[in-house]
Design a protein around this ligand. Sequence first.
Ligand code: COA
Length: 315
Amino acid sequence: MTGAKILAFGGYQPDKVVTNDDLAKLVDTNDEWIRSRVGIESRRVAADDETVTDMAEAAGAKALAASGLAPSAIDLVIVATCSPLVPMPSVSAIVAHRLGIVAPGAFDLNAACAGFCYAMDTASNAIAAGSARNVLVIGSEKMTSWVDWTDRSTCIIFADGAGAVVVGPTGGDEPTGIGPVVWGSAGDQGNKITVTGRTGSMRQDGQAVFRWATTAMAPVALEACRRAGVTPADITAFVPHQANLRIVEAIARRLGIPRERVADDIVHAGNTSSASIPLALSRMAEQGRLQPGTPALLLGFGAGLSYAAQVVTVP
Ligand code: COA
């Protein structure tokens, strides 16, 4: 069977920067509290008229250009998102059209903050099964469209952005570059992060989410390493969902992965749900923090509660 690998990345962030001091004008909070509890210094917020589709297009265009592939080489587009403006048409079909990708398979996938890792496995399987040659995988979110700007437990965390990767086939005897996924869910805790009603706002039980993420996610990450035939010591870049810097650092400590190998994009990007992993990957690539040909560990987790992890080879 053909293996799959990441060919290229692309990231997009809206222009508007919202600092902790800006939020302190809206709710009873302060810069020191936010930095120490969630590790965020500033985040990006989309313009009123900027949609998940617009951001997905921008990130997808960058990844496609970086891959060197023509739009005609892409035959599947998957957009992981839980914050599209409307449930139909799909973000993916519109983005494909805007990027000049003619008649690809196209669908959106919602596994909340774990969505990107679910989409990566789907892309890898489509290539292995021969149903796609190259796949454009995008995570795009306008989480602020679900934010209640008077709720200090959520408005300090969530933000907007998009990230994308192009996934293509491995050549010849090359080992697969997308390892087996470890995924799962805990629907009994589905009430820990919710949006109620079509026009509702996001609510979370912050402490319960924190406990779950810092206890249940390291074993998932370890199992993904085991299935890929590597150990945490081999991992040159750990790119977990950028939920909260304290959660990210706690999981990394449990895995024994040194801090310099851990993505910390949340500091200036906030929590962008399914966009956070590809956005963090693109940033690490820009900063020269990725080592081509080596294993990186991706770990998505969030509402559902849902999670997914896999080891990928850095392009
Ligand atoms: N600014 C200042 N003070 C705040 C605050 C804020 N934004 N939010 C809560 N507080 C206060 C509380 O009122 C409380 O004060 P008190 O002790 O005087 O009553 C104190 O800080 C502790 O409140 P608590 O709710 O226990 O805070 P916490 O330490 O659990 O932090 C979160 C709250 C949301 C930051 C934290 O639970 C968290 O990060 N959870 C994970 C959330 C997450 O990652 N979600 C995304 C999943 S994809």
